[in-house]
Design a binder for this molecule. Structure first.
Ligand code: NAD
Ligand code: MG
Length: 394
């Protein structure tokens, strides 16, 4: 196999580190072009040295000197800030991991697609905020987007050799998160610490809290709609506490194809890394006889009000996903900062959608980076406004 040029955006995070773990098991197969991190200079510099990257970019500009110092004598170029992230994404690479968290992942992903790379997409916010733009950019420039979110990788794998026209429904599973079994009346008091621990998956803090509220699943429903181009009413969410079945594809002949695997993101990352081949991966093998049972239940709308919001967003279309993502992020920030309670997050986002979706003309504006940013700004300011009102009544 020839050496492949790879870049990892968000290399210092949970997905980024798992990606480097896989690449590090066969380093001779890869030429690492760019690695990026948000603020963790020590981790970024250590990885850039280990993989002899061409360039290491730290998003936080105030840390450029620290990064330069940490890379001294390594031959790795140091850079910082959003423009440097774009420059790194424009460097020719065959495969680029998009694992920045949040809307900041969209612009570098577009840049990578413009140079024709395969974009392994963990950054679900890209599809939620600018799905049509991302997929159009790939099409126009000969780039490819491969899903890395576990549910979407599972659907993608179950669809190999199948015709989308024969698909009746796509079912994504949800563990139910940290509060699946909590009494409903205790949820309002849930602390940030309690929301930050996931029963099955080891992930970054934001997505872990989003799993407890099911905002993560709401994002994934929209992601499914955008990526697979399927109607919202054909997308279902199923609570599955074991997190072993990741998704199911239902066909018009009644067959349901399920994808099972250990809850380890290195499977979905590795599938995208080796696609279209399957390569051996260091993930646990399931012993179903020992596991014995798999449980399923419908999601309770009273416990997970965030889920319904996704269907509101899909029905509205346009830039409503960018509003939703930004409003959610601002509400999540406020929860993490202790300004609002856990159950307030869904209330805040619902208020923002109720106010903006019906007649805000910006939602109908053409989808480009400027308009996505404007819609996000609107969602964020309205979300903060709703947070302020709630917080003043607490
Ligand atoms: P994380 O918080 O562990 O890592 C995020 C990475 O992005 C870090 O390298 C961080 O430094 C960087 N970053 C943060 N803000 C940035 C900014 N403004 N500009 C540039 N870089 C920035 O998050 P994660 O859990 O690895 O998730 C990464 C993405 O993958 C998210 O979109 C998440 O929803 C998605 N995802 C994660 C998992 C998982 O198991 N962790 C599963 C599915 C999807
Ligand atoms: Mg997922």
């Amino acid at each position: 196999m020839s050496v492949r040029r790879v870049s990892v955006f968000g290399a210092t995070g949970s997905i980024g580190q798992s990606t480097l773990d896989l690449i590090g098991r066969a380093p001779e197969g890869y030429d690492v072009v760019a690695l990026t991190g948000g603020a963790n200079v020590a981790q970024l510099a250590a990885d850039a040295r280990r993989f002899q990257a061409d360039v290491a970019v730290i998003a936080d500009e105030s840390r450029l000197e620290a990064l330069r110092a940490a890379l001294e004598g390594s031959g790795v170029q140091a850079a910082a800030g959003p423009a440097a992230l774009l420059e790194a994404a424009a460097r020719p690479a065959d495969w680029v991991m998009s694992a920045i968290v949040g809307a900041a992942g969209l612009a570098p992903g577009l840049e990578a697609l413009k140079q024709g790379a395969t974009l392994a997409l963990a950054n679900k916010e890209s599809l939620v905020s600018g799905g049509a733009l991302l997929l159009d950019t790939a099409k126009r420039h000969g780039g490819t987007v491969l899903p890395v979110d576990s549910e979407h990788s599972a659907i993608f794998q179950a669809l190999v050799g199948e015709d989308m026209a024969a698909v009746e429904r796509l079912v994504i599973t949800a563990s139910g998160g940290a509060f699946r079994d909590w009494p409903l009346d205790k949820l309002a008091q849930a602390s940030v610490g309690e929301a930050s621990s996931h029963p099955n998956w080891d992930m970054g803090q934001r997505i872990t809290i989003d799993s407890a509220s099911m905002f993560n699943k709401a994002m994934e429903v929209i992601e499914t709609h955008e990526y697979f181009g399927i109607d919202p009413e054909k997308i279902e969410v199923l609570v599955h506490p074991q997190s072993l079945v990741h998704a199911l594809v239902g066909f018009q002949d009644g067959a349901l194809m399920a994808h099972l695997g250990a809850p380890d993101m290195r499977h979905a990352i590795g599938y995208a890394l080796h696609h279209p081949q399957r390569a051996p991966l260091p993930v646990a093998r399931l012993d179903l006889a020992q596991i014995g049972r798999l449980d399923f239940a419908p999601p309770d709308p009273a416990r997970y009000p965030a889920l319904a919001l996704a269907y509101q967003v899909m029905a509205r279309g346009g830039l409503s996903g960018a509003v939703f993502n930004a409003a959610k992020d601002a509400a999540l920030d406020a929860f993490i900062a202790g300004e609002i309670g856990f159950t307030h997050m869904a209330q805040v986002v619902a208020q923002v959608l109720d106010r903006l979706l019906p007649d805000n003309s910006l939602i109908n504006a053409p989808m480009n980076l400027d308009n996505i940013a404007a819609a996000a700004h609107l969602g964020q300011t309205q979300s903060r406004e709703a947070v302020r009102k709630l917080a003043s009544h607490r």
